[in-house]
Structures are given as C-alpha cells and as structure tokens.
Design a binder for this molecule. Structure first.
Ligand code: NAD
Length: 346
C-alpha cells in the first residue's frame, strides 16, 4: 500500500465502508501545502480494489500538478466510489460519501468526475460543505471547453504567429460534455471541424449543427488537420497512434493523454506541438475552485483566459531549450510543490 504512495508523493489515503448503503470509497490526498486538496469523485466499476486505489492515487497527483500550474490555492486530491453491481439507493450512497468527505474536516473538497453528476453533488452537499459542482454551482465542462479554446489559440498563435482561428482545421475525438461545447466554440471562431465519437449520434449532431465532417473513431488520428483535440479518453497518445498523426499540434481536454513519458518524447521528435493536458484542461478546475471560493464570474473568466498566455510562454521556453513541453510542465509543477513544502517546513 505504501509503495504507490511513496512513488507519487501522496500525503494520505483514506478508506470508508458504510455497511448500511454498501458504500466502499477511497479518498487520496496528494498535497495540502498550498491549500485544501481538491479534485473530482469517480463513480465507476473497478476490476479490483488495487485498481481503484491506483486510480485515486495517480489522479490525485495529477490534480496537484494542475492546481499548482493554475496558481490556485489548493493541493490535489481525488476520490473513487467503487460502483456496486447491485446499486439500489444512489442518493443514500452519495450521502454516505458526503459523511466521509465531512469526516476529513476540509482537507479534501470533492467535485464531479467520470460517473458522477450534479444531482450526486447535491446529495453529498446535504452532509458536507466541502463539495462543488452542485446544481447551484454548475457543471465545470463549459469552462474546461473555454480553457481548451484558449489553449488552441495559443498553439496556433505559436505555430503561425496569428491571433485568430479563421479557417483552421481541428479534429476532435469525443463529443461529450467538453468535446461538444468545444466544437461549438471552435465553430463560432470560424474553425473547420472533423469529429469522431463512438456514440455516432453525437457525431451526426455535430455534423448537422456545425457542418463538421464525421469520420470513424479509428480514423480520427490520421486526419490531416492543424490540431488534434483528444476529448474522450486518456492514454490515446501512444506508440500505435503517434505514427498515424498528421496534425501539427495536439491540444485537447482528455486527462492523461500521454501513455507514458516516451510518448511525449515521440511527439517532440516528430515536431508535433503538445499542449500538456493538465495545463490546457485546467479551466474546469479553475471554475470549481474559484466558485467554491465565491469569486466573481468575471474573475473566473479572466483566469480561464490566462491559459492562453501560460501555454504560449511554456511553448516559447520549451522551444528555446529544445525540450518536450510535458517535461517542462512537470518540472514547473514539481518546483512549485517543493517550494510550498519547504515554506511549510520552515
Ligand atoms: P464525457 O464522458 O462527457 O465525454 C466523452 C466522450 O468521448 C463521449 O461522448 C464518448 O462517447 C466519447 N468517446 C469515448 N471513447 C471514444 C473513442 N475511442 N473515440 C471517440 N470518442 C470516444 O466526458 P467529458 O466530461 O466530456 O470529459 C472528456 C475528457 O476530458 C475526459 O478525459 C475527462 O477526464 C477530461 N476532463 C474533463 C473535464 C470536465 O470539466 N468535464 C475537466 C478536465 C478534464
């Protein structure tokens, strides 16, 4: 149990079983030196308990990096509720999870993630105030999409030294909460779209609404586009897919896009600009953290827009030192976290 904690630098790992509702949940707190840990709650099936622990641990670390680079006064955390085979009372399960969150006294603030929705957050909020994405606060996905748009502007700005996106071609993989909102924003900016989703209806909707060209899921990698925007799954940039890419840059919302460090290196060697995932997709985290902190809409929008500048500055630095962008992002996030830990120890 301690090996993955040591490997990722996780501070604490909590388990909770509620016999009445059958809740089995894990909260992983990676870092609290910069403020309370924040991050979503997954509600999915796992093939083993170890898989669930590994998922929470790995994702909590990613949230620390994301919050650090976004300049938010938070550390990273993540929780998982192991989805039972025989779910009878979802609301009661979520309330039991709310009591788990409350028991940590504010060290962890929860939010929506894969498998959870606004109505679940409303149930959790009946037991704790350490929750975001309730129906009064809203879904972070539109903010994530705005951040990705800002990131695509930075990427095209860096490659072509231009401010607009008129006539740019973007291939979007996955038209869910973020991908579809992104498609709308890009269409409104004059972008030509090619899209793919395993849910063919979503792709057809994008064709009807935005005039997008639809391709099969496995064809999206080889589309000759300026930008490939992965907005579906993690791990999609790997040794099988990278050789197929015909884009000039990868900029999308999916978490953990790179299968491993080597994939980031492969993109760099192929001269494909990569927008580090936890930087370009941080708009949603900015929204939940700042809404929770009661900041104004204006301030939140300005923060999300700042992703453009952050990414542009990172691209310039990576170019100057000839290093892959994901390594620069990791180094910067780790330096910020180390600094906060030292400050705390002093
Ligand atoms: P979602 O579940 O609403 O959408 C995912 C979409 O991808 C679905 O339409 C699904 O059918 C499609 N998809 C799945 N596999 C596919 C494949 N092989 N090819 C094509 N399409 C495929 O999820 P979401 O909330 O839109 O999030 C998308 C990604 O962005 C996820 O990786 C998520 O972790 C990440 N992310 C989301 C947010 C947010 O605010 N929602 C914030 C940060 C990161």
């Amino acid at each position: 149990m301690f090996a993955p904690m040591e490997r990722t630098g996780l501070q604490d790992l909590h388990f909770w079983h509620d016999p009445e509702t059958g809740l089995q949940a894990i909260i992983a707190i990676h870092d609290t030196f910069r403020g309370p840990a924040i991050g979503g709650c997954r509600f999915i099936s796992y093939s083993s308990f170890d898989d669930a622990v590994q998922d929470a641990t790995r994702l909590a670390q990613g949230m620390s990096y994301k919050a650090a680079l976004a300049g938010l006064p938070h550390g990273g955390g993540k929780s998982v509720i192991i989805r039972p085979d025989d779910l009878t009372d979802r609301a009661a399960l979520m309330r039991a999870f709310g009591r788990f969150v409350e028991s940590l006294g504010g060290r962890y603030i929860t939010a929506m993630d894969s498998g959870t929705q606004v109505t679940d957050m409303d149930q959790i909020a009946r037991e704790t105030s350490y929750v975001t994405c309730t129906s009064t606060m809203g879904d972070p996905s539109p903010s994530t999409a705005k951040g990705v748009l800002a990131g695509i502007r930075a990427s095209i700005g860096f490659l072509d030294k231009r401010q607009d996106l008129d006539g740019v071609h973007v291939a979007i993989q996955g038209l869910g909460h973020v991908g579809y909102a992104l498609a709308r924003l890009l269409h409104d900016s004059g972008v030509h779209l090619t899209v793919a989703d395993i849910n063919t209806q979503r792709a057809l909707d994008a064709c009807a609404e935005f005039g997008a060209t639809v391709v099969e899921s496995d064809e999206i990698y080889a589309v000759e586009a300026d930008v490939f925007a992965p907005c579906g799954l993690g791990g999609v940039l790997n040794e099988t897919t990278i050789p197929k890419l015909k884009c000039r840059c990868v900029a999308g919302s999916a978490n953990n896009q790179l299968a491993d460090d080597n994939s980031g290196m492969q993109l760099h060697q192929r001269g494909i600009l990569y927008a580090p995932d936890y930087l370009i997709n941080s708009g949603g985290l900015m929204f939940v953290a700042l809404r929770h902190g009661r900041h104004s809409e204006r301030m939140i929008d300005a923060k999300i827009a700042s992703i453009r500048h952050s990414l542009l500055e990172l691209y310039r630095h990576a170019d100057k030192v000839d290093m892959p962008t994901h390594l620069i992002a990791d180094q910067r996030a780790e330096a910020i976290l180390r600094q906060a830990a030292h400050r705390d120890a002093a």
